[in-house]
Design a protein around this ligand. Structure first.
Ligand SMILES: [Zn+2]
Length: 495
């Protein structure tokens, strides 16, 4: 038996704040639900990181031999601009701005979402249900919650009764918040509201006359509350209790807290056994925001068409960069970090391409078995991808040493190393070998090398006060579309 087969997978459960041994409800099977996007806009890079993180989880569970049912929803209805259940429906607002039918908005941005995730080499989920496809089920669940006395109807809308729920259960179990404190800190004006308490949340909202997306229900023509769709679709496809629920850290409260309350109230059982949350992505040390310009769209990484980037990067380079941090850590995105990731990624792919050519020896100077075990140990420690990557670079060093006749591998160790490296890089980390040194990338990186050489020659000319040569370099580059920008200590350029 191979060593790694005896190892246990541990995952960090946000519910308990601890790493726990992962034991699925049914041996050999895993049910996993991840909150998907609201399809009214181009997918945010931070969201891509969340979905790439859970793609790693999905890929690794499959690699371990589990049969995984991965459900990720599409929110295509009834999501209001602010969580206080007021404001305009985001999809309807976009439809008005773009002069499209709401379902055209949904289609447009669902296609965009799939295209971007496919470029990042994310595997599609097993089921991708939509909120509008499950209106009947959502109405049924509201009826159950009303029957149980944990919801109430007011003026055609239905709300979840958080105070009543909290008498029996614990609203705040996931986020660690205390309901009394929440109530004490609430400043929301209740005079205009149909809610009994500000903490109550909408299960069904009566539609205003101008609201386009609406469905008939026993209470009014309206639309479901956002939190409800996840409870309904996860329990429909994965059961009343399932193994893993994932999402971005920002969804922990109120969204996931409300999901727990709804599931517990409707089915009498905690819906999820392991809650996993992926952390956010910052850009140049700051929160990404369209309003400040500190923002990058995923496609701009590939094209390089963004002021924060010096050039474009292959999707696998961006993915490799994200894998260099644990999914639970904040990750800072920058051009310099991507350049470093590109070098690392290309070196890793190059090592893989030279591995078959290194000569075979009688004895190995390196234990492939122990190394492989250490790789699995990293992954079994809450999907520690940076730990795995560190081990991959140990192997890269060995491969280069083998190539220089400074290390030895037997034929069988070489084959095992090759097989394991490919499994870790491609099957589990989800990198694409084709993204390395593809023609465009290689040309670009060669061109960058040439431009950097010219910049250093220009600097030398200027240091020698030979302004004729330095200006000539600048002007000739400008003619072929490469503009140099002199900064205090350096010269920047865009290819
Ligand atoms: Zn959700």
């Amino acid at each position: 038996m191979k060593l790694y087969e005896q190892q246990e997978l541990k995952v960090y459960n946000s519910l308990t704040g601890k790493k726990e041994v992962f034991t699925p409800l049914t041996e050999g099977y895993v049910g996993m639900y991840v909150c998907g996007p609201t399809v009214y806009n181009k997918v945010h890079l931070g969201n891509c990181r969340t979905f790439i993180s859970f793609d790693l989880v999905f890929r690794y569970l499959r690699h371990l031999g589990y049969k995984v049912r991965y459900v990720r929803n599409i929110t295509d209805a009834g999501h209001l601009e602010n969580d206080a259940d007021s404001g305009e429906d985001r999809i309807a607002k976009k439809a008005r701005l773009e002069e499209l039918e709401p379902m055209e908005v949904v289609q447009k941005y669902t296609v965009d979402f799939h295209t971007i995730l496919e470029r990042f080499n994310n595997l599609p989920p097993s089921i991708e249900p939509t909120a509008t496809g499950h209106i009947i089920e959502q109405i049924e669940m509201i009826k159950i919650l009303l029957e149980k006395g944990l919801a109430y109807e007011k003026n055609g809308s239905v709300y979840f009764d958080v105070l009543r729920y909290n008498q029996q259960e614990n609203y705040g179990i996931l986020s660690g918040r205390n309901l009394e404190d929440m109530i004490a800190n609430t400043r929301e004006l209740m005079a205009q509201s149909d809610k009994k308490n500000p903490q109550d949340f909408a299960l069904w909202k009566k539609a205003e006359p101008q609201h386009i997306m609406r469905w008939p229900s026993p209470w009014s023509d309206g639309f479901p509350g956002w939190h409800l769709e996840c409870t309904v679709m996860s329990s429909k496809y994965l059961g009343e209790q399932f193994d893993i629920h994932g999402g971005g850290m920002d969804l922990k409260f109120p969204h996931h807290e409300c999901e727990i309350a709804q599931g517990q109230a409707a089915h009498g059982v905690a819906p999820v056994r392991y809650w996993l949350h992926a952390n956010m992505l910052t850009l140049n040390g700051h929160k990404m925001a369209k309003s400040t310009g500190n923002n990058i769209l995923p496609e701009e990484i590939f094209s390089g068409d963004n002021v924060n980037l010096s050039k474009g990067y292959a999707p696998s380079v961006a993915r490799f960069f994200m894998m260099q941090a644990n999914y639970r850590s904040v990750l800072d995105f920058s051009d310099a970090a991507l350049q470093a990731a590109e070098k690392g990624f290309n070196r890793l792919m190059e090592a893989l391409s030279i591995l078959p050519n290194i000569p075979e020896a009688e004895h190995s100077s390196f234990s492939v078995q122990e190394w492989k075990q250490a790789c699995y140990d990293a992954l079994n420690d809450d999907f520690n991808s940076p730990g795995l990557i560190a081990k991959l670079f140990e192997a890269v060093k060995l491969i280069y040493a083998g190539d220089a006749r400074k290390a030895q591998l037997t034929a069988s160790d070489k084959a095992e190393l090759d097989q394991a490296m490919k499994a870790f890089c491609f099957d589990i980390l989800g990198l694409r070998p084709v993204d390395a040194l593809t023609e465009g990338t290689q040309d670009r990186s060669r061109l960058a090398g040439v431009v950097e050489l010219l910049i250093s020659l220009r600097k030398r000319a200027r240091d020698n006060r030979d302004f004729q040569v330095s200006d000539q370099i600048r002007d000739e580059l400008q003619k072929i579309g490469i503009q140099l920008k002199d900064k205090k200590d350096s010269t920047e350029y865009v290819l």
